[in-house]
Design a protein around this ligand. Sequence first.
Ligand code: FAD
Length: 487
Amino acid sequence: MRVCVIGAGPGGIVTAKVLLENGFDVTVLDKYEQVGGVWSSGGCYDGLANQSALRIFEFADLPNSLHFADAEDTQRYLEKYAETFGVLARLRPGTEVISVRPVDGPGRPGAAGWSVDSRPAGDGTAEVHREEYDHVVVASGAHHHPQLPGLPGRESFRGTVLHSNEVRAGTFTDRRVVVVGGGKSALDLVTRAAREATSATLVQRKVNWMIPERFLLGLVGYKWILFTRLGEALLPRYHDPACIRPVDRLDERVKRALWWLITRDLLLSTGLYGLPKHLRPDRPLPFHLAHAGVMPRGYVRAVRRGLITAKVSAVEAYTDQGLRLATGEEVAADVIVFATGHRKVFPFLDPSVPVHDSAGRLRLYRGIVPPGADRLGFVGFRQVFNNIMGMELTAHWLACHFRATLRTTPSEQQMREAVEARLAWQEQVLPGSGGYDFGPYDIHCADELLHDMGLPSRRAGNLLAEYLLPGGVARRYRGLTRSRRPE
Ligand SMILES: Cc1cc2nc3c(=O)[nH]c(=O)nc-3n(C[C@H](O)[C@H](O)[C@H](O)COP(=O)(O)OP(=O)(O)OC[C@H]3O[C@@H](n4cnc5c(N)ncnc54)[C@H](O)[C@@H]3O)c2cc1C
């Protein structure tokens, strides 16, 4: 069976590897010249570093001894992975997919396969190449299409306006920089601006939670708290009853007390306690953990030293000198960087394929397949903290789905109902996650897919290891292709 994988970022290459070992005939198309997606040269802002601790940014079958690595080293790991498992030989780099349409035939879109149009990237006049595939996997990245707010007055501002993806070496040198946003990219970039620019200002609508590299006053790496079954048991209960264990039924009062302690430790360990109260997050944990990145080194210090001016406000409009905030204050800038995230969109996908709802939320069953279409899957759109591991499990699930060997194949209606239930739960416990971000539920999300594949979710040799050692890591899920149910 011929499969087209769109994208050669981490999601695309691990999918290609898993599908190849499951006997599929795989072609990978990517508009970049290198594998790695976000981590390839030009895939994100200059100076991007990996916030993953040891054994987190790792696929099951290739150890990665790097942690908190820079983008170049991360890309090298991904390239080695693609080479080792025969994915490079299946890659057509510099190829942009411009259209994916269902092949005409009876049944739902995709029942007879998919027609994929591509052409050399960046050459709008080049000849279009058309091919038909039995299946298509969209791994085109959740951080690929910049999202910028449509503020009035752009024509009056004479400086430079960039999305965070576009920051390159030298962008900030000797300029007044204003960064808009409150996530990991915004904090990374304003910390960098504090070193390189004439002035560095951060404007954030609200202050987000950030995770320290190490908890308990620097003694314990974050994976020992967040990536264990016991750690996940402290979260609000997962929506899928098949994934609930006795430990998840911990008394709510106990959970609240433990979160009170974790919150204090988190404020101390990130250094946020040292900042004025309005620059600390004021929303309760764990509900807003989904958007938390790892606190960049140097951010808190730079704010305390006055090298970063941090403001909490929405932005209202451009002025000729910079930006006007909702508070009425004006901030002057030579460069404005919007670290305001990315749209989860698929411009090449035929509009007959329902992927979003009217609120723009992704409506994918299990975060992987659209209920109204066949032979089509998405990888990289059910984000958890360790999304590398999540993508690898998604790839295994898709291999089973394409071969119709999942434990059950729900009807379209059942899929829609499951999507509804999942979105409703998500809005409650991970507000604003848009059908995409499942944040700290690494192990529960993994259990869900293992359950569908008929595989045991207990992965460690004994109970202590099962509950206390980091479980949200790919090496726990080695050998899944061998251990799956026979076809
Ligand atoms: C600032 C930032 C920091 C991050 N830090 C971390 C981190 O520390 N640890 C971590 O695990 N994750 C991190 N992430 C998440 C990151 O997105 C993932 O690590 C990973 O790169 C996602 O992989 P992906 O394959 O889904 O998408 P991507 O890496 O975005 O790859 C998608 C690929 O699809 C290709 N593509 C898109 N459209 C087309 C088309 N039409 N035709 C052909 N090819 C196409 C792109 O060229 C790209 O190569 C970070 C993300 C950002 C933005």
